[in-house]
Design a protein around this ligand. Structure first.
Ligand SMILES: [Zn+2]
Length: 133
């Protein structure tokens, strides 16, 4: 199995699959010399990190998250960048009451973001156990 995202290769063996292959091949009167099976997809790790992505707007107060992507037009991206928000920054949500503005902190800087803007910032939550490093 080959992960198209990170390139990881997971080898597997399955007796039933091998048997089935031999049977199918024999059914064609074909003499198999060697075979190769490749399954392309997304590995469990990549799937997990992808599922964890969400707009900053969905983050709860007190939650810490890493900015993974700035979406939206170049206007919004430029505005976010000029404010000092970059991909890779860890933000802490100070207030988010589900409506109106959202206040986040990066290090000791605080940012007030409109809801539209906070929707354009894609983050990945930081889990407490992973944040120690
Ligand atoms: Zn992967």
């Amino acid at each position: 199995m080959i992960c198209t995202k990170c390139g990881k290769i997971i080898e597997f063996e399955n007796d039933r699959l091998e048997q089935l292959q031999s049977q199918v091949v024999a059914g064609f009167g074909f003499h198999m010399l060697q075979h190769r099976m490749e399954i392309y997809g997304i590995c469990a790790d990549c799937l997990k990190s992808r599922e964890q992505r969400m707009p900053l707007q969905a983050a709860k107060p007190g939650e810490r998250a890493v900015i993974r992507e700035l979406t939206g037009g170049s206007n919004i991206r430029m505005r976010l960048l000029s404010m000092g928000l970059r991909v890779g920054d860890t933000v802490e949500v100070i207030t988010n009451n589900g409506q109106g503005q959202l206040v986040v902190a990066v290090d000791f800087h605080r940012f007030v973001l409109g809801r539209g803007m906070s929707q354009k910032i894609i983050v990945q939550p930081v889990h407490p156990e992973a944040a120690k490093s």
